[in-house]
Write a protein that binds this ligand. Sequence first.
Ligand code: HEM
Length: 448
Amino acid sequence: MRGPEIDANASAAPTPARRPSGFSSLVLHLHPRVVPAAALRFSLTFGLGGAALVLFLLLAASGALLLVAYEPSPERAYGTVAALVDEVRFGAFIRNIHHWSANGLVLVTVLHLLRVFYRGGHLPPRRGNWIVGVLLLLLVVASAFTGYLLPWDQLAFWAVTISTGMLEYVPLAGGALMRAARGGAEIGSTTLARFFVLHVAILPIALLMLLAFHFWLVRKVGGVILPRGVGTDAAPRGPLVPTSPGLTQREGVVALAVVAAVLLFAAVANAPLLAEANPGMSPNPAKAPWYFMGVQELLVHLHPLFAAFVIPLAALVLLFALPSLAGGASPSGLWFESPLGARLAGWSALAGALLCGAAIVLNEPLRRAPPWIPALPPELRGGLLPALAVAGAVAAVGFVAKRRGANRIESIQAMFSFVLAAFVVLTATGVLFRGQGMALSWPWTPPA
Ligand code: HEM
């Protein structure tokens, strides 16, 4: 499907044989007229950034339709959603599209972040766009979370109660932060009104503006990162091909595949809608949305100060700082930097997953504080000591990687993979393996 190649030394685009169609001219506002032939390779990006954009557009379209039926008050919210699902033709289908696109967007945005990171796309000259990207991720999660409350069913009410309750563990400002998020001490009509405005106006507008900046920054540095060695001194990014149809056709295929996947999910799996919210009766277990379950699982094991504040804050700061940690090293643009980098990342991820899984299982009896454990202050026993142990394990991964000949970028990737795998195991445990009273149980165990 590769289009005709163009002399990379030519500074301007070739004279087009015909005027571009209306669609092509729209696309050419987003892209340059020509792109490096190497940029057409699917495995370069897996189209994940484009897939995220398509999901965002699906959310905007389905969300606008949902707004016709929805009323954001505790008295009416649940009824309007239930009526939409039960009485409006294709109402459930539209709601399902919105639900699956939202969850898909969180997942695809994270996968896109990982693609960028493991190809070195976060390093200079793309460092600024990485920061913009992390802000986009925060906005995507905030959008999904604020939407979670709107159906006002038991799932929504208690998930938001649990998640906003975690804010209380922030030292000094915790109580104030929690009340600010809820609009009062409890979840109620003010919370719903606040979440609604954030969800339908403030966050989508902020996302739109930041996305425009994100795309501009991608163009400004000449497109996505390419593997080193595709070009020559005279044409560093290799031969060029016309953007349309070379790139646009591929983007079209990704967009259609994403739309097809969402429609398929929406047709076969309904978005959950439990009984109407009952502030007096909490389900057991009461769980946060899946993207916060890693933190809720940490709360099962660690002191809340560390589980809900120190560790998430450290992770966020490190995420922003990842480009600086490489110390100016220049990436190869290959997946995992090199075959050695790929092996180290794989082994580190395996180690992170196994150690985290073992710690979760072994901590189960320790949580009941057997008498043979010395009585240490809880911040030490359940906070500082485990946090130091994790930091030590991460440092050990970096040390081993270096001993195996890894460069700085590969060592950081290995340490990142270790933490990432541990976080995935925490999340999966919280989502799948926690039953009544947050005790470990098999997903198929029936509720007592
Ligand atoms: C709604 C969320 C997002 C959308 C729609 C989006 C979209 C895109 C698109 C279309 C591209 C160019 C092609 C591609 O990589 O597929 C791109 C590149 C990029 N994105 Fe995102 N992005 C989002 C979130 C993020 C996040 C969370 C990060 C990282 C924290 C990030 C960092 C970057 C960087 C650094 C590039 C340039 C990478 C390179 O040159 O290889 N983006 N994004």
